[in-house]
Design a protein around this ligand. Structure first.
Ligand code: PBG
Length: 326
């Protein structure tokens, strides 16, 4: 009888050995919490398809951001739900719009202790639900949209955002935002580009959270085709050339190959968005008693880091921070 001399199980025998040789660690410092703030409500409203997530009032948002700060979570990203939507999404750049008001309050509340990111898009603000201005044929007009993104960037920066995060997948959006910010004296506001964002079916619960119904069509004319990975690197490189300080891949777990390839190709900080559908699948199966939700969440986020992400936007941020400690 011969036995193998290489015995990987030697290093798996005890928890301390496993800790010693672990290659990847998920830390509270890697987490960004997506938060929704809605205009014109008196109480936070739960989002049924995102159990545990709510549309906040400005007051409950302040409490939530204080809680996240106390848990050691370094960043939040804000999404607004306006009381009034129109064809252009003008509440996205109204200085008194819901996200701008919330940013100003939060900046007063937590100062620079939490990185305040603002999702920069107009789909939450348009009555047709698309991420930009519609051309007469119903397609999204790229360059007309860049003009409104520029205004939104300046409004967010003026209100106190540390980071603007353009998510609309218009060509040239990073250059447009960067130049608008610089021209308005906001050279120090950073840009996190949703660089490789796929036309995913996993955004469904998010659209409930922001009350968006796409009136006609879909987002396949501007978001990426999920059959493509090389194309993601073209998007990422273009965004960095246009001035993105950080780039992001979205969704996360279905796109681990894209995260790994992006990590190998560029050196800027890399984020990944574990999106609403990814959260909802775990939360729903957990509620059924079919999987151990917190264990799956930890495994998935660690996989996203193992693939090469530096930080993760996740609806599990508070829960993971509680488990991981500050
Ligand atoms: C666009 C935006 C979306 C998400 C983040 N920013 C929706 C979309 O592109 O349709 C989705 C996030 C999620 O599903 O958690 N403003």
């Amino acid at each position: 009888m011969t036995f193998p001399t290489h015995r990987p199980r030697r290093l798996r025998r005890t928890a301390a050995l496993r800790r010693l040789v672990a290659e990847t660690a998920l830390r509270t410092d890697d987490l960004v919490a997506p938060l929704f703030v809605r205009e014109g409500i008196g109480e936070p409203q739960p989002v049924p398809s995102l159990p545990g997530v709510a549309q906040h009032t400005v007051a409950s948002l302040r409490r939530e951001v204080r809680r996240l700060r106390d848990l050691g979570v370094p960043g939040v990203i804000l999404f607004g739900v306006p009381a009034r939507k129109d064809a252009e999404g003008s509440e996205a750049w109204n200085p008194d719009g819901i996200v701008q008001m919330a940013l100003a309050e939060l900046r007063g509340e937590v100062g620079d202790d939490v990185v305040l990111m603002a999702d920069l898009c107009v789909d939450e603000y348009t009555d047709h639900g698309h991420c930009g201005i519609l051309a007469p044929d119903g397609s999204v007009d790229n360059d007309a949209t860049l003009a409104v993104y520029r205004q939104a960037a300046v409004a967010q920066a003026t209100a106190g955002a540390h980071v603007c995060a353009p998510s609309g997948m218009m060509d040239g959006q990073v250059a447009a935002i960067r130049s608008a910010l610089d021209a308005a004296g906001h050279e120090s506001v950073a840009v996190l580009a949703y660089a490789a964002k796929y036309a995913s079916a996993l955004y469904g619960p998010f659209r409930d959270a922001v009350d968006v119904t796409i009136r006609s069509g879909d987002r396949k004319g501007y978001q990426q085709d999920w059959r493509n990975a090389r194309e993601a690197l073209t998007e990422v490189r273009a965004d960095i050339a246009e001035g993105a300080d950080m780039v992001m891949v979205k969704p996360a777990v279905t796109y681990l190959d894209v995260i790994a390839r992006t990590r190998a190709a560029v050196n800027v900080p890399l984020g990944a968005y574990h999106v609403s559908g990814e959260y909802a699948m775990i939360a729903a199966a957990h509620r059924q008693g079919w999987i151990d939700g917190p264990a799956v969440a930890l495994e998935q986020m660690t996989a996203v880091k193992r693939a090469g992400a530096d930080f993760i936007l996740t609806y599990f941020a508070a829960e993971l921070a509680e488990a991981l400690g500050g």
